[in-house]
Design a protein around this ligand. Structure first.
Ligand code: CTP
Ligand SMILES: C[C@](O)(CO)[C@H](O)COP(=O)(O)O
Length: 258
C-alpha cells in the first residue's frame, strides 16, 4: 500500500543485524469500546503522544526490525500516515500503512497481505501494548531466529482463574465448573513472533474464535513456545490501564533523568 516517505522496504538497512529480515504488523484498527467514548484507541494520547506512536517506537527500537506495517482504523489511514510523518522515528526502519478490518484477525491478515516478499520473520504487536520494552521484542525475535515457528511472550498469573458457565445476562451469578492449575497457566502478550510461512498459513486456513495469532498456529497442530514477557507490556484495555500507562511513562522519565 502506501509509503510514508521512506526508502523502499526492500533496500538493505545499514545497522540491521545479519540474518533473516524481520517485519512487524501492528493492528491498530480497533475502536477501544472498553476504554469508553472517544477516538479510536490507538490514536488516543498517552502523555501527549498517540498510543500508536509509542507502540511503533517500541517496535522500531529493536535494531532487528526493518519494516513496520501499521494497520489503521478503516477510515483512518491518512491520519495515521500524517502521525507517522509528524513524529521522530528511527531512520533505519520503513513504514507502511494499510486500512484495517472489522476484527483483529481480519486486520492482521490485511497487514500480512501488504508485506513485501523479503521478510522471513514476522511479529504481530497490538498497538494497545504501547510500552513493551525492547528486550522483550528482541527475545521474541531471537527465539524465532533460533528455530521456533511461533513464539509468545508470557507471564505467570497473579490471580487464581476459574472456568465458569457464562451467564446469559451480565452480572448474574455464574456457576464455577473448574479451577485450572495456576502454575501451568500464562497470560500471553505481544509481540508474538513467527516464521512468515507459518503465520501466513495460519491466517489463510484457520477460522473461528481465536483471540491471538499464536492460537491460530496451535490450531494447525504446530508448536508454540513461550518466552518471558514483561509487566510493562500490558494491554491498555480499560480506563484504569491509561492511568497505569502514564505512571509507567512518568517513572521512565524519572529514571532517564529528565
Ligand atoms: N478490528 C480490529 C480490532 C482490534 N484491532 C487491534 O487489535 C489490538 C488488540 O485489540 P483490543 O485491545 O481488543 O482493541 P479494541 O478492539 O480497540 O478494544 P475493544 O474490544 O475494547 O473495542 C488493538 O491494538 C486493536 O487496535 C484491530 O486492528 N482491528
Ligand atoms: C493478542 C492478545 O493481546 C494476547 O493477549 C489478546 O488476545 C488480544 O485480545 P483482544 O480482546 O483482542 O484485546
Amino acid at each position: 500500500m502506501s509509503d510514508v516517505s521512506r526508502p523502499s522496504p526492500t533496500e538493505a538497512r545499514p545497522g540491521s543485524p545479519a540474518g533473516p529480515r524481520t517485519a512487524v504488523v501492528i493492528p491498530a484498527a480497533g475502536r477501544g469500546v472498553r476504554l469508553g467514548p472517544g477516538a479510536p484507541k490507538a490514536l488516543r494520547a498517552l502523555n501527549g503522544t498517540p498510543m500508536l506512536i509509542h507502540a511503533v517506537r517500541a517496535m522500531a527500537a529493536s535494531r532487528a526490525v526493518s519494516l513496520v506495517v501499521v494497520v489503521a482504523p478503516p477510515d483512518g489511514a491518512a491520519e495515521v500516515k500524517s502521525l507517522l510523518d509528524a513524529h521522530a522515528l528511527p531512520e533505519r526502519t520503513d513504514f507502511l500503512v494499510v486500512p484495517g478490518g472489522e476484527s483483529r484477525q481480519e486486520s492482521v491478515k490485511l497487514g500480512l497481505d501488504a508485506l513485501p516478499p523479503d521478510y522471513d520473520i514476522v511479529l504481530v504487536h497490538d498497538a494497545a501494548r504501547p510500552l513493551v520494552p525492547v528486550d522483550t521484542v528482541d527475545a521474541v525475535i531471537e527465539a524465532v531466529r533460533d528455530g521456533a515457528s511461533a513464539v509468545v511472550p508470557a507471564l505467570p498469573l497473579a490471580d487464581t482463574v476459574k472456568e465458569v458457565e457464562p451467564a446469559a445476562v451480565t452480572g448474574e451469578p455464574e456457576p464455577v465448573v473448574a479451577t485450572p492449575q495456576r502454575a501451568r497457566l500464562r497470560a500471553v502478550q505481544t509481540p508474538q513472533g513467527f516464521d512468515r510461512a507459518t503465520l501466513m498459513r495460519a491466517h489463510e486456513t484457520v477460522t473461528g474464535d481465536v483471540t491471538d495469532d499464536a492460537g491460530m498456529v496451535e490450531r494447525l497442530g504446530l508448536t508454540v513456545v513461550a518466552v518471558p514477557g514483561h509487566e510493562e507490556a500490558f494491554k491498555v484495555t480499560r480506563p484504569l490501564d491509561l492511568v497505569l500507562a502514564e505512571a509507567v511513562l512518568a517513572r521512565r522519565r524519572l529514571n532517564d533523568g529528565f
